[in-house]
Ligand binder design. Structure first.
Ligand code: BDR
Ligand code: CA
Length: 310
């Protein structure tokens, strides 16, 4: 029996690797993919996801365009991180493919009816499409088994401002809708990525040496991310936030420690916009609304990554 996944992504270089892991996993049925603006403008994300699906020989999976802008704020992209095209600007042919008809939020609602009670949602970008779906159909909450969110930081060390992670920062109002919705949320934050999913140059060389077109793409598209990590996040090589979130979604044993926490997001402050405040000491006395991964198994993640590109 395969497990039905709906993936929502602002497809750029690390999202692409996460898609490879899911699309090539024998236990996972990716029923559809929604695209949201974030790392790149919407049309780039659409083309990138279509390209990755084609390379994985999975053009059968419907890919739907979704929100082109956040709920209330103007779009700020991460093209300085992932390249103008989001895929490292290495000259990939990223034009001319056509998405499936219909908005990503409607595709999510449809998937939740087709797989009521069993659908697993994995979000790899800003939460705009999920918030739109919830506003259209709040009963969605009762049909989704779990929602794995790549976002936030349990140690409150940000990659977009001192305390916020990019996906949460781009559309904090959407995060607010999702956190208040009652959806069964599981967060894999950027702290997990920079601690357990860094690909140092030797790791990247080993991955590329697998020698398949998919393996080569997974490394080559990180070209601009490597520069960003060197200058800004001070990591040696590059890190893979969306892939480790996807690996956890597929195999929860990736998490070696989790906590149930109450989470709220800052939407207004220019200093801390997008910060997901996790009540680690229980100050608020409020009921937890999310499971947060606080430690992970790096070896198991690498095993899943290498298996996916073989
Ligand atoms: C997240 O932001 C994007 O740059 C990545 O694709 C990932 O989803 C990490 O903060
Ligand atoms: Ca992403």
């Amino acid at each position: 029996m395969t497990r039905p996944f709906f993936i929502d992504t602002d497809t750029a270089s690390d999202d692409a690797v996460a898609l490879v892991i899911a699309l090539r996993h024998p236990d996972i049925d990716v029923v559809s993919i929604g695209i949201v603006a974030g790392n790149v403008p919407l049309e780039h994300g659409v083309q990138n996801a279509l390209y990755v699906a084609e390379l994985c020989d999975r053009s059968d999976v419907p890919i739907h365009a979704g929100a082109a802008v956040p709920l209330r704020l103007p779009l700020s992209t991460g093209q300085y991180v992932h390249g103008q095209d989001g895929m490292g600007d290495i000259g990939l042919p990223l034009t001319g493919r056509l998405p499936a008809p219909g908005h990503a939020a409607d595709a999510l609602i449809a998937a939740s009816h087709a797989h009521a009670g069993t659908l697993e949602v994995v979000t790899l970008g800003p939460l705009t499409n999920i918030a739109i779906a919830l506003e259209k159909d709040p009963s969605l909450v009762g049909r989704v088994a779990r929602v794995v969110v790549m976002g936030a930081v349990a140690d409150h060390i940000g990659n977009q401002n001192p305390v916020a992670e990019f996906n949460m920062w781009v559309d904090p109002h959407a995060v607010d809708v999702v956190l208040r919705s009652g959806l069964p949320l599981e967060f894999v934050g950027w702290d997990i990525s920079r601690t357990y999913a860094v690909m140092e140059p030797t790791d990247a060389a080993a991955l590329r040496a697998v020698g398949t077109p998919v393996a080569e793409m997974c490394v080559d598209i990180q070209k601009t991310l490597i520069e960003f990590c060197h200058h800004h996040t001070k990591l040696s090589g590059f890190d893979l936030p969306d892939p480790i979130a996807m690996a956890y979604a597929i195999n929860p044993a990736i998490a070696t420690q989790t906590r149930h926490l109450h989470c709220e997001v800052e939407t207004e402050s220019p200093l801390t916009r997008g910060m997901v405040v996790m009540d680690l000491l229980g100050f608020t006395g409020k009921e937890p609304n999310a499971l947060v991964v606080t430690a992970a198994d790096r070896d198991l993640f690498l095993k899943m990554l290498f298996e996916a590109v073989r």
